[in-house]
Design a protein around this ligand. Structure first.
Ligand code: ARG
Length: 590
């Protein structure tokens, strides 16, 4: 998600003014787009950079201008009057610096306060998007590796939804393929009387998977029956379908536990869903001449790649690639998605590069990466243990996500009890807080790290109440709420009465920063919207800030220095994490 997606920002509003000025200044240069950028705060808030390039275009054409500076001067003079602008100046070879009006900033923020947080949302060009995330594989435990996909994908979806995009949240579970032959056959062996099969009977699905794999590898007779079972399943035989859906159902219950803890909404459309569409899609691609024979398989050759994209295996079976091609086709044609985002580890980059290239060759996606419909792979690095290796428990098994979340919660609860909260709170309050902080901490710790690099999983760090953690952030939010409560002001009343005054330079900076919300890179905003439990926090914290700015101004005039200090501290904390994200400006609150 790049800044180009965003329209309707402060920058855009300024650009409109400059557009008019440019039309008057150089009437014959009709295709000149205003070049507006944030500028060094010593000179102003924004600058217009058109003068130099315009000068290169018009010099020697008999123009009356004598250099870039006079061009800049004219652009400045021709700016239409606007309450947005307090003053302008010319710098260097013709940069026009703009200082925004303090009253305009105050008024705009007041408008936000009254109209609500929705008016802050960036306007994107896309109406409907698919975010394909989480997507574990049936019969295999959902492990910490899936944590990142789930959290990052959910965050992207939330961000797009906040920006009024309709998001189809897709769980592309691995519920099809040859491993099911083996699983089903093993199920039949263990439970010849199918009626008795229940979650308890199968127990740990992953152990079940391993045991059946062992049987598959060591017994040729079993292997043959397993291969036959795949055919029967794909042929739609009742008994096999039933066994398959039983296995899927057990897996699903496991995933749900994780999604429920993390507050994640997902709609499952697994690999099996696309299976019936594959032949038709491949036929379309074949007609377009994309599919070729290679060593018994049917493949699409991709320029610059060592191996082709295999879409039908030599045994005639479909695979991950043919399923993804079909899913892409379905999302475009049946679901009318304009943007498709796939969240998996970086190991799958090549697969998605081939997939997208094939889709471009087929004419499904436009060439290049900047027009719609478009598809993106959002990759991420590994989660590592303290030893720098892939995160595992002592028994070298993968860590189960449910266990991990439960541990975060129980650690939080212990910390709360230690602080004497067990005496002050009800059991329910204690539980709720432990969940909000514990699960939030895991999410935030994941998101604050660089998406593409590996990161080390560390409970002590993510649950620390002093660092850049969800714990600290939630604490700051609680303090802000209490300040507002103690102020005795009614928030609704505040919205209606009294004008917001941005008196101190810090207040102005704070106000401008809030206004620039939609202009910032979306990635840090993502981080801020990370934790389910802090997501709403983020939204209403932002609202609270506006109220606080106002309160702060009023209080300071009353020389209530103790309150100012408290506000500074609380605002500072939450602002740093919630609004400034990674580009921290600690100085802003003085
Ligand atoms: N099931 C896959 C895995 O665990 C991820 C699927 C991602 N989505 C997709 N459309 N390929 O690796």
């Amino acid at each position: 998600a790049s800044d180009e997606e965003v329209v309707g920002t402060v920058k855009d509003q300024l650009a409109k003014l400059f557009e008019e000025s440019l039309r008057v200044t150089v009437p014959d240069q009709t295709d000149t787009d205003p070049l507006i950028a944030a500028c060094n705060p010593r000179f102003g808030d924004y600058q217009c950079n058109n003068a130099m390039s315009l000068w290169t275009k018009i010099k020697g054409t008999g123009s009356a201008f004598t250099g870039p500076q006079p061009v800049g001067q004219a652009i400045m003079t021709n700016l239409p009057r606007s309450e947005m602008i307090e003053s302008c100046s010319i710098a260097g070879p013709g940069f026009v610096n703009v200082k925004l009006s303090r009253q305009w900033i105050a008024k705009s923020i007041q408008k936000m306060l009254i109209k609500g947080i929705e008016t802050w949302s960036p306007k994107l060009r896309v109406k409907r998007a698919v975010v394909d995330f989480s997507s574990p594989n049936i019969a295999k435990e959902m492990h910490v590796g899936h944590l990142r996909s789930t959290i990052i994908g959910d965050t992207l979806a939330r961000m797009l939804e906040f920006s009024n995009v309709e998001v189809l949240r897709r769980n592309h579970v691995g519920d099809w393929g040859t491993q099911f032959g083996m699983l089903i056959e093993f199920l039949f062996e263990k439970f010849p009387n199918m009626e008795v099969v229940s979650d308890q009977a199968i127990g740990d699905l992953e152990a079940f998977y391993k045991a059946s794999k062992q049987r598959f590898d060591s017994d040729p007779g079993f292997k043959e029956r397993a291969q036959q079972a795949v055919v029967s399943l794909q042929g739609g035989q009742e008994k096999y379908r039933k066994a398959w859906s039983q296995i899927c159902e057990i897996s699903r219950k496991g995933y749900e536990k994780v999604y429920q803890r993390l507050g994640i909404v997902l709609e499952e459309k697994g690999e099996s869903f696309y299976n019936p569409y594959i032949p038709g899609v491949l036929e379309e691609l074949a007609k377009k001449g994309l599919i070729e024979e290679s060593e018994g398989a049917r493949v699409i050759f991709i320029e610059g790649k060592k191996y082709p994209f295999i879409v039908v295996k030599s045994d005639g079976g479909f695979n991950y690639a043919s399923t993804d091609l079909t899913a892409l086709w379905y999302r475009l044609n049946e679901e009318k998605a304009e943007w498709m985002i796939y969240v998996t580890d970086v190991g799958q980059r090549e697969h998605f590069e081939m997939l997208f290239t094939a889709a471009k060759r087929a004419g499904w996606l436009p060439p290049g990466d900047n027009s719609y419909p478009k598809a993106n792979h959002v990759g991420f690095g590994l989660v590592l243990g303290e030893d720098g290796k892939r995160f595992r428990t002592r028994s070298t098994e993968v860590v189960k996500l449910v266990d991990l979340l439960d541990e975060a919660k129980s650690r939080c609860k212990a910390a709360l009890v230690e602080r004497g909260k067990a005496e002050q709170w009800t059991e329910e309050e204690l539980e709720q807080t432990a969940e909000a902080v514990g699960y939030g901490a895991v999410k935030y710790a994941d998101l604050k790290n660089n998406r593409l690099t590996n990161y080390t999983f560390n409970f002590d760090q993510m649950l620390n109440d002093q660092g850049n953690t969800a714990v600290y952030l939630l604490y700051a939010h609680a303090r802000i709420c209490s300040i507002i409560r103690k102020s005795g002001k009614d928030v609704e009343e505040l919205k209606k009465t009294g004008a917001l005054v941005l008196e101190h330079p810090n207040e102005r900076a704070l106000g401008l920063h809030l206004l620039q919300f939609a202009e910032r890179k979306l990635a840090p905003i993502c981080y801020q919207m990370c934790c389910v439990n802090t997501y709403t926090t983020y939204l209403d914290t932002s609202q609270h800030f506006i109220q606080i700015v106002r309160l702060w101004g009023q209080r300071r005039r009353q020389a209530d220095s103790c309150c100012v200090k408290r506000l500074q501290r609380s605002c500072g904390n939450a602002f740093i994490y919630l609004v400034f994200g990674q580009s921290t400006r600690y100085d802003i609150l003085g």
